[in-house]
Design a protein. Sequence first.
Length: 255
Amino acid sequence: MGGPVDYDRRLHTGYEQGRRLPPATLAHWMAVFSAHAPADRPLTVLDLGCGTGRFAPSLAGAFGGPVWGVEPSARMLEVARTANAHPAVRYVRGVAERIPLRPASCDLALLSLVLHHFADRAAAARELARTVRPGGTVFVRSGFRGRLPDQAWYTWFPRARQIDEAAFPTLDQALAELEAAGFRHRALERVEQPVGSGLASLLERLRCRAYSWFEALTEEEVAAGMASLERAAAAEGTAPSVIMERTDLLTVYRP
């Protein structure tokens, strides 16, 4: 979402395929969110920095909608409206620092791997506090500097870890900004999700170049990493490993 990474230039072309989550993984995330969400239904949800909308239809199904997918990239929104259309989901263009919704209009907000793209995280936190009703919940699905989990792709693209470490805020920074805006800490957990089976599936995923750290690699680094992963995939054999993606989930609420 926004920030220094231009999703309109190239990333939108492979994002939906390269970052798609299996139905069982989406269902698992909805169960994780539901454990911390208000008990009432339906709930109005803000999917802030929704990208191509990969979570939005599931959020509508889990919480009854409506879901507002807010995203600054026009090209990402074009994909969302085609690939992840849902009668209870509306995709609109906007940035985190100026959310185009009424005050106290949402019960839940999801920020999925977008915190590091915000131009002004403190302003975004204040906008969330304006948009989320008292008693509402915000889910920050993110990496945090100093506690990044091991990811399968770091083996083949080792500088991706350095890029991520430089891009993400620390957990203390993120929490302090949210608390300054009036939110309170509820939970922090690490969620593991399967995203594929075998190195061939990882190779197919990464060939879409849908992770923003690809934009900071040289073409030589990309080619070398892909070639190395391709050789490893060819040698993997008939017992492929499950490819896991690990993400921290910070949950805060508005008193």
